[in-house]
Design a protein around this ligand. Structure first.
Ligand code: ADP
Ligand code: MG
Length: 721
């Protein structure tokens, strides 16, 4: 039969249907899927050793004859032990397997086989414990399971690595030549193996180097496509038109001077970068990164002000209503003192009502209809709301700037939707507090230009951070109670617990890892909430927040917490939450951040949690609770107390824990191999240069039809996420 990559495995004779079912669990349906089911690691059984020279503890392969093999029942007959003796010219050794009585069918006395595994020491002799084996028959030269680097695959119940090897080996041979889609000028100079040999080597490498270089090729593929996608998007956008926002530098100076505070150096620098971008008649595509509390909103507000001065509207989009309200209030504060002839009119659109702010402190609710009319006629210059609300049914008169808070990649698509097929694009300013290392930034968001705010406004009191050992838990609780008595508030963040159960109770379906994790986070929050509200702080008002609450409920709880202890009736003093608590919510009265199981979080994430406190005038505290007594844990946590900013920690985390910590696979839509590639700075650079090189000569990939096809597939996959 003619095999090609698209052939479904079910059409191949010789693969039993029960295997097909198991493969489907691994999301393997076609030949392509199977061949791209890569090993997660290799077992090194390449060392062939004469039996007499085996040493305890060694991983090795011996080739010998089965002398004698029998079944023994163990203690109380609870399991079956197969015990054999294997001999070569140099000596003899025992081999032991548990619960595999069927081995007697294959490993008959007199047969020759390879045995790979660990040499263990028993009471009086050494033996091979549970070795992998492979019969040696006449004419057979190639070994797949022993005597070499042996691939170990992601497995599923009833389908072991050995089974997967059995399937892959013959298919790899019969699938025929796969056309190379990476351009020649890329493969050669980068020193990457060609696709057919890479595929062979990733499954059955001769040496470790060949395995690594095959892995490198497949990582490169995805990085390269990602770079191509980003660069092409950038080029395409550069051809679009946008309204140029002209800035009178004297006026800008006056504006920044009358702000209620002095801008930090990097706020000024970022603002200047934005001013220059929006001054051009082509769309800005900029990401403003800065720690929580570093003052991104002010920078965006000034940009909106400048747009308004040019008669242009801005849309300020937040992920939640609470954040939208917060931004509206901030804008109000900032705009009040501004020395302009006419203050821009600011509107807040929420699901319930609309508010319009104009001059000094006039603020009034208007009907939605009126609100929309004022936007359509261009009276309201700055419109604040959630993404959903602004997108839904608002028509702008002349939208010049879109500001998106905390939604990196989506910003680009949202702008496209707001444009509604118009010829003029608004500028885009995306804001994020997620500390992503620069190397990752350049790859994942390579289509964006980046401004970074590296310092917090001066005058902030540093947050006192303590690693709390289990013995001091009581003291910490006492301290928190005193703080709350003084009118302050506390966050308690609960850890991830490694999930134990694998199935959904209702459907019996296996859950994926992130679903399990989310479930268990909620479990730990509920338990902690019970404990704190009943035993530890029965006299205080304890609230609970987690990802499974409806968004209405979440907002209710957040605003109860935001209204602070001032609200005697239904305020919240202590908020117990999963790691999902909203980024960016400003609660200046909260001064305590308590993190349970701190060792289970990434450094950058811990740092971000801590950033939720220390935003008001009061001294703030961060308590890192850990049950781990390990010295390395404490050293790792100490890094937080010393770090200058989140980016520094992010770089550290990237080295320690890999890219998955910053950016979930779901967020990027990147496959695993690419995620691995993100740790390899050299490879990132290589892929970037290669992508530039190819596009320079062939912008539309006319001369690279296979590549163009791949890229289209890749973009589709990413956009579906
Ligand atoms: P984020 O970057 O997290 O969005 P915000 O823009 O919400 O930060 O700013 C946090 C707080 O710091 C706000 O109350 C804001 O008014 C204040 N702020 C911003 N810039 C400065 C500054 N340069 N000096 C003092 N306070 C500032
Ligand atoms: Mg913010």
């Amino acid at each position: 039969m003619d095999l090609n990559l698209k052939t479904p495995l079910s059409e191949i004779k010789g693969i039993p249907p029960r295997f097909i079912k198991r493969l489907e669990k691994l999301k393997v349906f076609t030949i392509k899927d199977l061949l791209w089911h890569f090993p997660s690691r290799y077992e090194d059984f390449s060392e062939m050793v004469p039996i007499a020279q085996l040493e305890p503890g060694q991983q090795a392969t011996v080739r010998g004859i089965v002398r004698d093999i029998k079944i023994r029942h163990s203690f109380r007959r609870r399991f079956v032990i197969v015990e054999g003796r294997i001999a070569d010219e140099s000596g003899e050794i025992k081999a032991v397997w548990f619960n595999q009585p069927y081995l007697l069918n294959t490993l008959r006395p007199g047969r020759a086989a390879n045995f790979s595994g660990k040499v263990s020491s028993g009471e009086n002799e050494i033996y091979l414990s549970h070795p992998a084996y492979e019969l040696v028959t006449r004419g057979k030269t190639e070994m797949n399971h022993t005597g070499r680097l042996v691939p170990v695959y992601p497995e599923t119940r009833g389908l072991t690595s050995k089974g997967i090897r059995f399937l892959i080996q013959p298919i790899l041979k019969s699938v025929g030549y796969i056309p190379e889609w990476l351009p020649e000028e890329v493969v050669g100079p980068a020193g990457l193996p060609e696709i057919n040999s890479a595929l062979r080597d990733i499954h059955f490498p001769e040496t470790e180097e060949s395995a690594l270089s095959a892995q490198k090729r497949f990582s490169f593929e995805d990085l390269f496509l990602l770079q191509l996608m980003n660069i092409r998007q950038k080029l395409k956008l550069a051809e679009e038109k946008a309204p140029a926002v002209k800035t009178d530098v004297e006026k800008l100076k006056k504006i920044t001077e009358t702000l209620p505070f002095k801008l930090t150096l990097s706020q000024k620098k970022s603002l200047w970068e934005i001013v220059q971008d929006i001054g051009k008649p082509k769309p800005m595509n900029r990401l403003l990164q800065g720690d929580v509390g570093s003052g991104k909103t002010v920078v965006a507000a000034v940009a909106a002000l400048l747009a308004a001065e040019n008669g242009l509207q801005s849309a300020f989009m937040a992920p939640t209503e609470i954040l939208a309200r917060q931004h509206f209030l901030t804008l109000k504060k900032i705009f009040v003192g501004i020395p302009l002839e006419k203050q821009p009119e600011v509107g807040l659109l929420t699901s319930k009502d609309a508010k319009v702010f104009y001059e000094n402190d006039l603020e009034g609710a208007v009907s939605k209809k009126e609100f929309k009319n004022k936007i359509e006629s261009g009276v309201i210059k700055v419109i604040v709301g959630t993404h959903a609300l602004i997108q839904k049914d608002i028509t702008f008169k002349n939208l010049g700037l879109v500001i998106v808070d905390e939604q990196h990649r989506f910003g680009v698509r949202q702008r496209a939707q707001l444009v509604h097929g118009k010829k003029i694009f608004p500028h885009l300013l995306s804001m994020s507090a997620t500390p992503i290392p620069r190397t990752l930034m350049l790859t994942i968001f390579g289509d964006l230009d980046i401004s970074i705010i590296t310092e917090l406004p001066s005058g902030r009191k540093p947050i006192i951070t303590k690693i709390v050992a289990p013995a001091n838990r009581g003291k910490a609780y006492q301290f928190i109670r005193e703080q709350i008595r003084k009118g302050r508030q506390a966050f308690v963040i609960c850890p991830r617990i490694e999930p134990a159960d694998a199935k959904d109770e209702k459907t019996g379906e296996a859950r994926n890892y992130s679903q399990k994790l989310a479930l268990w986070e909620v479990k730990s929050v509920k338990e902690e909430y019970e404990k704190l509200s009943k035993d530890v702080f029965p006299d205080l008002r304890v609230g609970m927040l987690h990802g499974q609450l409806k968004s209405k409920e979440k907002e209710k709880i957040m605003s109860a917490f935001a209204r602070a202890s001032a609200d005697k009736k239904d305020g919240i003093d202590v908020l117990v939450s999963t790691s999902v608590i909203e980024v960016g919510v400003d609660i200046p009265n909260a001064t305590i951040m308590l993190i349970e199981g701190a060792d289970r979080f990434g450094l950058a994430q811990l740092y971000q949690f801590r950033g939720r406190v220390g935003r008001g005038g009061h001294q703030s505290f961060c308590f890192l609770f850990t049950d781990s007594a390990a010295k390395t844990t404490n050293e790792r946590l100490k890094a937080i107390t010393e770090a200058k900013n989140g980016f520094e920690l992010a770089e550290k985390d990237l080295k320690l824990r890999g890219p998955g910590e910053f950016i979930g696979q779901k967020q990027t839509g990147l496959p695993d191999v690419a995620m691995r590639g993100l740790q390899d700075f050299e490879l990132i650079k290589l892929s970037h240069e290669a992508a530039l090189e190819v596009l320079k000569k062939d912008k539309n990939l006319k001369n690279h039809p296979l590549l163009a096809e791949k890229l289209a597939e890749f973009e589709k996959k990413i956009h579906q996420e």
